[in-house]
Write a protein that binds this ligand. Structure first.
Ligand SMILES: Cc1cc2nc3c(=O)[nH]c(=O)nc-3n(C[C@H](O)[C@H](O)[C@H](O)COP(=O)(O)OP(=O)(O)OC[C@H]3O[C@@H](n4cnc5c(N)ncnc54)[C@H](O)[C@@H]3O)c2cc1C
Length: 402
């Protein structure tokens, strides 16, 4: 069952928007790429920021929507299995150990799919996204590592239909995958696999520049960065050195406008609609967090099982007080002096939430912040746009009245 029935003649008459044109979701557009194709025809239903329909699409993709009375379901979405994993031989230059790229390569090599939608960077700019349909392992490998910018991954969907491809793997983040799930039936595919990553606090290319310049001592040499489970941002530089900046030392006032409005309004951190999700936040430091949502997800994970070491997910600590304290601190743009931020980082790393509790900490902090953002900037959208699971999560905290 899908939300839209095939209607290809009509959508093919639709015209993609020209670059720079105002998008239907206006400032909330996450540039997922759908409007760069004739599938713009479906944007009113498909766009995650025009039509929140996570529960309905969970039912379609996984056979059920999440059970709000089951705490793991409520936080992490429909799941058959969660595990911590890392590649025995990590892929050099991958964001973590390269589980995502490895699965994609195995799916292609085994013939389960004919192409993989993923995102390389442009020749000129290591962080500028360039979505492609990869048809060789080399093209998949060239797409490894995060492009920490809004990326129009779905802009290649027209090419999928035109190529006559029947079996496809799409790699993407939550907003891209929600739109993909809505138009899935229109693509002329026999089989679609969806490999997702969690995603939060994404930025435009200009926003990324501001973030790097405000936060790193050498913005021009950063090759990748991650907000880590040790409460620090880790910047990796060209020479292999790692620079660590404590979260609590970030220049919150300067950075308040950096994150894209779409990401400030997003409640699909955990990529609810992918078959398989590979992130890091529910795993011990150095490990990746793998969430299998359905049988296709299990099939993908099985393809690489012999290349992984795994351990059960664990959970330690209590996030609630830290989340509650961070709400007014973020709201008022409090920035600690660096010595105090470093000290706080060390203490929190020792006694703070770990494993799944760290993931809950991150989800709670972002959902409360985003709830306030939508309430203040788009009050007319609040009720319909915030999914029920996110309302449950936000209700645990006391928020400022206005
Ligand atoms: C913008 C962003 C934010 C993230 N935030 C979190 C987080 O807060 N918590 C968490 O647990 N995990 C997060 N992740 C996921 C995590 O950083 C790793 O991407 C994931 O663990 C996979 O690592 P890997 O080494 O297996 O990936 P690799 O083998 O290095 O492959 C990375 C894949 O990501 C795809 N990709 C890169 N950039 C984008 C993009 N902008 N949009 C869509 N696809 C992209 C590429 O096509 C590539 O196939 C985020 C990912 C992205 C892209």
């Amino acid at each position: 069952m899908t939300s839209l029935t095939p209607n290809s003649a009509k959508h093919k008459q639709a015209r993609a928007l020209k670059p720079g044109a105002i998008r239907p979701a206006k400032e909330l557009c996450s540039e997922c790429g759908l409007c760069d194709t004739y599938y713009i025809h479906y944007v009113k239903e498909a766009c995650a920021f025009l039509n929140q329909q996570v529960a309905k699409l969970e039912q379609q993709a996984h056979g059920r929507s999440r059970n709000l009375d089951n705490p793991d379901d409520c936080y992490f979405g429909v799941n058959q299995k969660m595990t911590a994993a890392r590649k025995i031989k990590p892929i050099e230059g991958a964001q973590w150990t390269g589980i995502v790229s490895t699965i994609a390569i195995e799916m292609l090599n085994s013939g389960k799919v004919e192409g993989v939608v993923c995102v390389q960077n442009t020749k000129e700019d290591r962080f500028a996204p360039m979505p492609i349909i990869a048809r060789t392992p080399e093209e998949i490998l060239a797409a490894r590592v995060n492009k920490p910018t809004l990326s129009p991954n779905l802009s290649v969907l027209e090419q999928v239909e035109k190529s006559g491809m029947k079996r496809l793997l799409v790699i993407g983040v939550g907003c891209q995958i929600q739109a993909l799930r809505t138009v899935e039936q229109q693509l002329g595919l026999e089989k679609l696999y969806v490999l997702g990553t969690p995603c939060v606090d994404n930025v435009t290319r200009a926003g990324l520049q501001k973030f790097l310049e405000t936060t790193s001592h050498s913005p021009e040499t950063v090759v990748h960065y991650e907000f880590m489970q040790d409460f620090r941002v880790h910047f990796k530089h060209e020479d292999g050195s790692i620079e660590k900046v404590p979260f609590f030392g970030l220049n919150t006032k300067e950075l308040k406008d950096v994150f894209a409005p779409s990401c400030m309004s997003c409640f699909d951190y955990v990529n609810s609609l992918a078959d398989l999700v590979v992130g890091y936040m529910g795993a011990p430091f150095g490990w990746q967090w793998v969430v299998v949502r359905n049988n296709k997800g299990l099939e993908m994970l099985d393809m690489v099982q012999n290349q992984l070491e795994t351990q059960p997910v664990t959970s330690k600590g209590d996030r609630k007080q830290a989340v509650q304290q961070s709400i007014p601190a973020y709201d008022q743009g409090v920035t600690l002096p660096m010595w105090a931020a470093k000290m706080m980082g060390v203490v929190i790393e020792k006694i703070g939430p770990k494993g799944l509790e760290y993931a809950r900490f991150s989800i709670d902090s972002h959902f409360t912040r985003n709830y306030l953002y939508v309430k203040r900037n788009h009050p007319e959208k609040l009720e319909a746009h915030v999914p029920d699971y996110a309302k449950r999560i936000v209700e645990q905290y006391k928020l400022p009245d206005s």
